[in-house]
Design a protein around this ligand. Structure first.
Ligand code: MV4
Length: 503
């Protein structure tokens, strides 16, 4: 096993890696920009190397600086976290050329999965179900119209270099094709310098389901079941959970097997996520993310496996050492992202100094964050300040626990999206499991004033529903839990949950 690794990242994910490394007796080297000299990852690492610069391009994205930092400090491997250089094939290659281990997948897998046309073709050949459509680029409008007839409307025009929500246009009739095609083409050139487009049947109200996989360097892989990530807005996820309510055990095993087939087809190593669209009981491959994802903790919570530990072990050449049948799901987990955004103003980024921070706690509550009192929240980096994760024996308990944890939490000085997450968790449709990728965008986010009355009513309805649905223990009774609180108590907790920015 490695004795020292470098973490080419910042924020909560850098801390996440440091924590597991420390437990394994591995030392960590942090790198940091000028803005991050007091950041927690800088302070919690064994060694911290200044990269200089304020912009990501001058610091966390500067491959040569990061590799030099590893060499100067005697780190044997680099963990890229997510974002920044994590899915950069050239960086993976440079790391290996520098004689360091890369805690990530092979360069070839990153490249194949980074091109949506090439990955679609590879998946189709491997027998992974893909959305009906083309595996070749379409060069002009006339061809697009012709091909669309065969595929059937509505059609999605996608960019080969896109992914993660960038460069997708919906066409509902042939008459719309010309302008949509031209716009998509222009956008693809501008955004990626690569105008290649392809066509797929557009699935109208899908759910986003993804499967966590892990492969060792000896050709052995396992999956860690699925996560449901449909609660998103503009391709930014807000609430994630595992497992998904729409998969039964048979379908779950099938989807897991398909995800492993996808990984094997590109000789995958390390942790990866295979994304699917679920529609009408069928699943279709969308893309593969060749990194550890933000929402990995919900998988850890239901399987009991530390995914960063597994990443480090397989990157060091160790075999996984267990088979698929050693893994099972226990209970239910939910994650809510703590984004510095104002949900009452269209989720506009919110900045300021964190002058207060009260972390929730108690049984089965996990807070992964790099927040601290005094932190200046600016616009330099991603607005995600951290993640709140809970585990429950079942989905109802996990929902109730998350609501309780959000109500306990106070982030003072900046707005966060927590009030929106709270409203999702209390939404009847969410509780019933009846939602898709359009749920959050279609949801009306209530103001604190409206919510004051609403919360008390919702609490009563929710309590009633739960009691009706199945026999609950004392938690369903009228004397315990958030549901039983008086209206004024509920209101004050809601306020503390960030409905008002405390002064
Ligand atoms: C789709 C789709 C419907 N049909 N493809 C958005 C992210 C990008 N990687 C793929 N995306 C979609 N592709 C077909 N053929 C709907 C989406 C989509 C979506 C997918 C996952 C999670 C959230 C989404 C939000 C809007 C659209």
């Amino acid at each position: 096993m490695f004795e020292r690794i470098l973490i080419a990242n910042r924020g909560e994910i850098a801390l996440r890696v440091i924590r597991t490394a420390r437990e394994m007796g591995i030392e960590c080297v942090a790198v940091y920009s000028d803005v991050d000299s007091a950041a927690l990852h800088t302070r919690m690492a064994h060694v911290a190397v200044p990269l200089g610069g304020k912009l990501p391009s001058e610091s966390y994205l500067d491959m040569d600086k990061v590799i030099a930092a590893a060499q100067e400090t005697g780190a044997e491997a680099i963990h890229p976290g997510y974002g920044f250089l994590s899915e950069n094939a050239a960086f993976a290659r440079k790391v290996k050329e520098a004689g360091l281990a890369w805690i990530g997948p092979p360069e070839g897998a990153i490249t194949t999965m980074g091109d949506k046309i090439i990955s679609r073709r590879a998946m189709k050949e491997a027998g992974v179900p893909t959305v009906p459509g083309l595996v070749d680029p379409v060069d002009d409008v006339a061809t697009a119209v012709q091909e669309a007839e065969a595929i059937g409307y509505p059609i999605a025009i996608k960019a080969a270099a896109g992914g993660g929500g960038k460069g997708i246009r919906v066409v509902r009739a042939a008459s719309e094709m010309e302008s949509a095609f031209r716009t998509a083409s222009g956008e693809a050139v501008a955004a990626f310098g690569d105008g290649r487009l392809y066509l797929e049947r557009y699935l109208d109200r899908p759910r986003h389901i993804e499967v966590q996989v892990m492969f060792d360097q000896h050709g052995h892989g396992v999956h860690f079941f699925e996560r449901e990530c449909s609660i998103q807005r503009r391709h930014q996820k807000l609430v994630e959970e595992a497992p998904s309510v729409v998969l039964d055990d048979e379908m779950r095993a099938k989807v897991g097997e398909i995800a492993l087939r996808a990984g094997r087809a590109v000789d995958y190593e390390g942790a990866g996520t295979v994304e699917f669209l679920w529609s009408g009981g069928e699943i279709f491959f969308l893309e593969m993310n060749t990194r550890l994802q933000v929402e990995h903790p919900v998988t850890e919570m239901i399987t009991g496996v530390d995914l960063v530990r597994e990443q480090l072990r397989v990157a060091a050449g160790e075999p996984l050492g267990y088979e698929q049948d050693a893994l099972s799901i226990r209970g239910h987990s939910i994650e809510v992202r703590i984004n510095a955004e104002n949900p009452f103003a269209g989720f506009l980024p919110s900045t300021g100094t964190l002058h207060n921070l009260r972390a929730p706690g108690g049984p089965w509550v996990r807070l992964d964050t790099a927040m601290y009192r005094g932190l200046e929240v600016g616009l330099e980096y991603d607005p995600m300040l951290g993640k709140l994760i809970v585990w429950g024996a079942d989905r109802d308990q996990a929902i109730r626990r998350m609501i309780r944890a959000i109500q306990e939490m106070n982030v003072g000085g900046v707005h966060t999206a927590l009030p929106a997450a709270l409203q999702v968790l209390e939404h009847e449709k969410f509780v019933e499991g009846d939602f898709d990728t359009h749920f959050l965008e279609g949801m009306e986010i209530r103001s604190p004033e409206e919510y004051e009355g609403f919360a008390a009513v919702a609490a009563a309805i929710y309590r009633h529903k739960l009691a009706k649905r199945r026999a609950l223990g004392p938690a369903a009774g009228s004397r315990e839990g958030w549901a039983a609180r008086s209206r004024s108590e509920t209101t004050s907790l809601v306020q503390r949950a960030g409905m008002e920015v405390a002064r």
